[in-house]
Design a protein around this ligand. Structure first.
Ligand SMILES: Cc1ncc(C[n+]2csc(CCOP(=O)(O)OP(=O)(O)O)c2C)c(N)n1
Ligand SMILES: [Mg+2]
Length: 330
């Protein structure tokens, strides 16, 4: 099964865009928070969970998704949002707390919501699982062939909502896909200390014959493409839910400011040697006849879009004090 040149271009450009976005966010986040770290101050107030290194998980499935497919993402959402086509300017403004943001600056980085592309995320671990299952049920009841994807971390696979959602998704044969990003840690807890199975795709067999499990190793965007293609096609044809676990790498801390005392020495350096973006770039040149200037122009396009989004967020106004209690539950 070959991947078209158009798909490969999109995958490279989107992975690059996501990485450049996160690199910019990493720098921007420290503005106004030094010399004494105050989480509520600076250009980007609040907690920050970056997805640097985890790009293949989002890009490998999103290449198969349509605008009307539904995505529910957790607290580490930027790569998923970028891959789903969330409005980058309004997303960045939201993260900066500006009034031009997706939710007028009141949601922040863990609560991005863009109904135009059916994207949402939540800071509550496991919350997206039943939400996406509900969206899958709605699609089925409306006789649409759209699919719903819940992205979770491997830590969230041990929450009750994983079991409840997959049980009903199987029983009702929903177009539902759970992507488990195994980045080896839930905050500081290694997977080996939290999870009884070797990988979460093995749990598929617990929910019935219509649930299929896929395991993607080595943070490989091409393997993620193939597993996801099959899972999305199965879901669209009404053949049932899937669980895809991808072995991925978190290059940074759980959150920005994490001292990472739980990491074995040299781990991050080792992971960075397997950075999926330069590896994918080399592969495109070696096996798919991409030329250097073609890749540079995709990179420039991606950077331009991200730079524009950050400029838009910086130039936007903060909400007025009088708006503080509008559109919130009190
Ligand atoms: C219901 C709930 N419990 C606990 C937390 C605190 N918390 C935030 S992230 C996290 C760990 C998540 O680990 P994982 O699912 O592997 O995702 P990762 O951070 O590795 O992407 C926890 C326990 C929370 N936000 N929500
Ligand atoms: Mg994790």
């Amino acid at each position: 099964m070959t991947i078209s040149r158009k798909e490969l271009s999109w995958m490279y450009e989107t992975m690059y865009k996501s990485r450049y976005y996160e690199d910019e966010m990493e720098k921007t986040y420290t503005e106004g928070k030094t010399p004494v770290f105050n989480i509520g101050s600076g250009t980007v107030p609040g907690e920050m969970h970056l997805s640097t290194g985890q790009e293949p998980a989002a890009i490998g499935i999103s290449v198969h998704l349509r605008k009307d497919d539904i995505v529910a993402s957790p607290h580490r959402p930027h790569h998923h949002a970028i891959a789903k086509g969330v409005d980058l300017k309004r997303m960045t403004a939201e993260i900066f707390g500006k009034k031009t943001g997706l939710s007028k600056g009141k949601g922040g980085h863990m609560h991005l919501f863009d109904p135009a592309v059916h994207f949402s995320c939540s800071g509550i671990v496991g919350a997206g699982l039943p939400q996406a299952a509900g969206a899958a049920l709605a699609a089925k009841k409306k006789n649409k062939d759209s699919v719903a994807v819940a992205y979770i971390g491997e830590g969230a696979a041990n929450t009750g909502s994983f079991h409840e959602s997959l049980n009903l998704a199987s029983l009702w044969n929903l177009p539902y896909i759970v992507v488990v990003e195994n980045n080896s840690y839930g905050i500081s807890v290694p997977k080996s200390a939290s999870t009884s199975v070797a990988s979460n795709d093995l749990r598929a067999s617990a929910y019935g014959d219509n649930v299929k499990g896929y395991y993607v190793k080595d943070n490989d965007p091409i393997a993620m493409y193939h597993a996801s293609k099959e899972a999305v096609e199965r879901a669209r044809k009404g053949e049932g839910p899937s669980i895809i676990e991808i072995e991925t790498y978190r290059f940074l801390g759980h959150f920005q400011g994490d001292a990472e005392g739980y990491r074995p020495e040299g781990e991050v350096e080792e992971l960075r040697e397997k950075d999926p973006i330069p590896l994918f770039r080399d592969l495109l040149m070696k096996d798919h006849s991409f030329k250097e200037d073609e890749l540079v122009s995709l990179e420039e396009k991606a950077k331009g879009e991200v730079d524009e989004a950050y400029a838009f967020a910086r130039e936007s106004d903060y909400p007025d004090l009088e708006e503080a209690l509008d559109n919130v539950f009190i």
